[in-house]
Design a protein around this ligand. Structure first.
Ligand SMILES: N[C@@H](CCC(=O)N[C@@H](CS)C(=O)NCC(=O)O)C(=O)O
Length: 208
């Protein structure tokens, strides 16, 4: 059984979409980050960095419980555990890892800053909005150019690379982005958002 510690955010949804796609049984433990649940001693014991998502695989490596945080590591672990959504072939595998790292090092941190400066900051900081908004739109342009003539980010196969990027693009309105300006991203996004597993994963935790 996978114990999933999460909240209804872009990083949290990566893990829940992945679990839904794999059809693995899992229990959801809501960590209300707006109420500081991430700083409780119980959760810090699972993730010393106090961020969701995190998992405990009760049937982990060697049959022992295995604890993991960082959404990219969780996606890779679950892909390896099941042999799904990441290819075995080394060249193809690194294409997936490359776009996963693009998300973890670029899309996530930059889009997150856009969300902060546009929606959460208690003061209006035009420099922050401009700096992160410009980089966000540049990343959309990179994705749009890459997806020309392609169905998915890597190897023309659905993978954890797509799952990592999707919940961040799902917040395009928060990023003040019109997806019609990036037609290849829009086509990719529309084709994935109709997947039942994606729709279920986007709604976890149900009561958040
Ligand atoms: N690099 C981490 C980032 C995780 C992260 O920033 N999670 C946010 C929610 S999307 C969080 O837990 N924020 C709570 C806080 O910063 O106190 C990952 O991909 O797992």
């Amino acid at each position: 059984m996978i114990e999933l510690y999460t909240w209804k955010t872009s990083n949290g949804r990566k893990a829940s979409i992945m679990l839904e796609e794999l059809g693995l049984p899992y229990n959801v433990h809501p960590i209300h980050i707006g109420k500081d649940d991430q700083f409780t001693p119980e959760f810090v014991a699972i993730n010393p960095n106090s961020k969701i998502p995190a998992i405990v695989d009760t049937d982990g490596l060697g049959g022992k419980p295995y604890t993991l945080f960082e959404s990219g590591a969780i996606l890779m672990y679950l892909a390896e555990k099941t042999g799904k959504l990441m290819p075995q072939d080394t060249a193809a595998r690194y294409q997936v890892i490359q776009w996963l790292m693009f998300q973890m090092g670029g899309v996530g941190p930059i889009f997150g800053q856009v969300h902060h400066f546009e929606r959460a900051a208690k003061e209006d900081i035009p420099y922050g909005k401009k700096r992160y908004g410009t980089e966000c739109r540049r990343l959309y342009s990179v994705m749009n150019a890459h997806l020309e003539g392609k169905k998915f980010f890597a190897n023309d196969e659905y993978s954890i690379a797509d799952i990592s990027i999707l919940p961040w693009v799902a917040r395009y309105e928060w990023q003040l982005v019109d997806l019609n300006d990036y037609p290849n991203v829009k086509r990719w996004y529309d084709s994935l958002m109709v997947r039942p597993a994606v729709q279920r994963g986007m709604e976890i935790p149900a009561d958040a």
